[in-house]
Design a binder for this molecule. Structure first.
Ligand SMILES: Nc1ncnc2c1ncn2[C@@H]1O[C@H](COP(=O)(O)OP(=O)(O)O)[C@@H](O)[C@H]1O
Ligand SMILES: [Mg+2]
Length: 212
């Protein structure tokens, strides 16, 4: 597959923004864990902002349940699975981003060293005409994910072969504190079933983008 062309993607977003006639544009970036969603969304937000289209990245990962809530549900060993996210909270934020364009909306981020969401980390300002929101389950068919999809102008699927994707994922877990053995086990046992679930929905995306 050809290298990701940020110019083409930026042009696609600015066309959507032009057509939206002042309405905020929400583009979803989906893909299996480690495929490069966050990297792509950060680069594209920077590019659009530099080109005069202020854009901000809003990660679905901000809606990870905190460890205290995962422990209550005995889900600590499944972090990253669909049931470990506050999907309705994320849906509500997307609706707020559509409706509340006259004041700042604060979105949660996800801190990878702590592996915890951090409330009110990301400012979506009235000037942000473009929101790039990225995560695993934007195209999932379980409730309430179809309602999430319905809030998005387009959803792009980031594609990376399983070999490179899994090795980047192991490296990322190690970088944030896991031993290589624990990282590999987590990728095999926790991330992989989630990846299969995400990949099964790739056909419903508006565009397939090669990983950055
Ligand atoms: N072109 C690349 N070459 C090597 N590693 C990359 C590249 N792009 C991203 N990565 C790394 O791969 C890992 C997964 O990328 P990330 O954007 O975090 O994926 P996702 O958000 O889909 O889980 C990260 O550690 C990132 O730094
Ligand atoms: Mg990510």
């Amino acid at each position: 597959m050809p290298d990701v062309d940020l110019d083409d993607l930026a042009a696609r977003v600015t066309r959507l923004a032009d057509a939206a006639a002042g309405r905020r544009v929400l583009v979803g970036v989906v893909g299996a864990p480690g495929s490069g969603k966050s990297t792509l969304a950060k680069r594209l937000a920077n590019r659009l902002t530099a080109d005069g289209w202020p854009a901000v990245r809003v990660p679905m990962d901000g809606f990870h349940l905190a460890d205290v809530a995962l422990a209550e549900r005995r889900l600590l060993d499944r972090k990253g699975a669909p049931e470990t996210f506050d999907a309705h909270g994320y849906l509500n934020l997307l609706r707020r981003l559509r409706a509340e364009t006259g004041h700042d909306v604060l979105a949660p981020g996800f801190e990878r060293d702590l592996e915890q969401p951090i409330a009110a980390s990301i400012t979506v300002a009235p000037s942000h005409r473009v929101v790039l929101t990225e995560g695993n389950y934007l195209l999932d068919d379980a409730d309430p994910w179809p309602e999430v999809h319905a809030e998005l102008d387009e959803v792009w699927f980031v594609d990376l072969d399983d070999g490179r994707r899994r090795s980047r994922l192991v490296d990322r877990h190690v970088k944030h504190g896991k031993t290589p053995e624990a990282a590999q086990a987590w990728v095999d046992e926790v991330d992989e079933p989630n990846a299969r679930r995400v990949l099964a929905r790739s056909g419903t995306a508006d565009l397939v983008v090669p990983s950055p």
